[in-house]
Ligand binder design. Sequence first.
Ligand code: F6R
Length: 598
Amino acid sequence: MCGIIGCVGRGEDTLSTLLHGLDQLEYRGYDSAGVALVGDGDLRVAKRAGKLDALKAVVGDRADLAGTVGIGHTRWSTHGPPTDGNAHPHCACAGRVAVVHNGIIENYQALRDELAADGHEFDSDTDTEVVPHLVEASLEAGRDPEAAFRDAVARLEGSFALACVVEGTEAVLVARNDSPLVLGVDDGATYLASDVPAFREFTARVVYLEDGEFARLSADGWHVADAEGTRLEKSVETVEWDAEDTGKSGYDHFMLKEIHEQPRALRQCLRGRVDELGGSVTLEELPELDLDRAHLVAAGTSYHAAIYGAELLCDVGVPATAFLSHEYATAPPPQEDATVIGVSQSGETADTLAATREARRRGAETLAITNTVGSTMARECDHVCYIRSGPEIGVAATKTFAGQQTALNLLCEYVSPGPIDRDLIAALRDLPSDVQAVLDGSDAEAVGEAYIDSDAYFFIGRALNYPVALEGALKMKEISYKHAEGFAAGELKHGTLALVTPETPVFASVIGDGELARKTVGNVKEVEARDAPVVAVTDGRSDVERYANHVLDIPETHPRAAAILANIQLQLVAYHTAAKLGRSIDKPRNLAKSVTVQ
Ligand code: F6R
């Protein structure tokens, strides 16, 4: 999704600060980029389709591109293809105003027709371009830049994080509605960005903007105001991670680093929340929750965590169902007693926000399970439980999935009407070291290599291992660009078995030696009989090894923890497959880290 950066007070480092911010925002996914700077009263803009290197090449050739106030943008196309002309910033006719935008302006066509009738000429296919023209029209009517910007924003419908600079004004004007924006404040300099990593190197002190708020950043400082221009009190918070957490620390890819960070991430998630002796779970942010019923809403990987969480809740006697958030937002089931749990790494996914907002509109109690402190979902829901995974830069979610699974286990014990599951508590205590054992002993690289030429991969698992199968397939698709499908193991024979051949490896998660494991082994035999290669992810308690071409071991533990460990083996298989194929692992084609449009 589009990324925004801006800064004031960095003097001659303004351009390099913007470019650094854009580098840090690359993980969100983009197809073009640009900057606008105001210096000595003049406004200068540079933008290019393609990767940041293309923009940097242009910037390097432009000695005039200097200034003390600036905004920058990485664009993820929604209206019009990724061309130089559609890249942000967008300017108005007289070139006095430049705007960057994340979100979608729903009424842009009507505004564009109106502006065109008044003689405004448009250069791009974007919805964004109406904004600088609206600002320009207001400036021409005699309004000052701040008022002109507010006038323009008042005409917009849809979602937007906007930053605007105006020729002759050494300030950045900012507005937010439904798309994330955060300010970074420091002595002398102020920043704004879609996400904290863009400026974390310079400051840890942040101010989260709310929907409907405006901000003005200038050499004199910063302030936040409402739509009428009335100043608002805002609290300054401090982020707890440092800039190094957003570096690769010697790994080839962020994804591999984040896979290896899982022991630490899970330790953080569990820290101070489990009292093994007393046999209790404390979630300090939550009040006592009385869950009669739960609806978990999420998208993508987080949806797989939601399926896992729903199964856990049902296990402890709380009826729970997982829903795709985009479906739930438009067709929620009529169970008004349900607490709605939004599961979202970013806390900014538009589909999931739409679902939690719909729930709030109907009067339901809402709870966010998220990694992102200060995110929109964290602020809008009645309650929040943080997964504490630390920043995740790779587009493919890894450590945050394990963090969501772990936090859902804690939530489940926290709300469980019955006695605490002491075996689970012991398994959670050992989880970080069990994850380390998987990482240290995994044969996933050899497995990835063995099946590198396969055109399709299938993943199967039952119960808690069903979301593991779905997630294993999603990881493989996202980063290797190979066809992959995940199934509840019992479902394969109801159709997809027709596709199973000696060229299609089947990954089966088989945990324990109970009835579920025995049935999954039966499904494995079915594919083995069709000469499909089998990769078993197992704790070695079933006899699935007999039918498997490869085995990926996990330590023996509680079945809920086993599902977390099994997934880590599949993350590694996807990673090594994609690495051998030379794919763009951290920024897979067409994908964005934070999907802020519906
Ligand atoms: C896959 C992935 C996506 C996200 C989905 C929801 O690796 O990262 O499928 O899980 O876009 O994002 P969040 O969790 O931020 O709501």
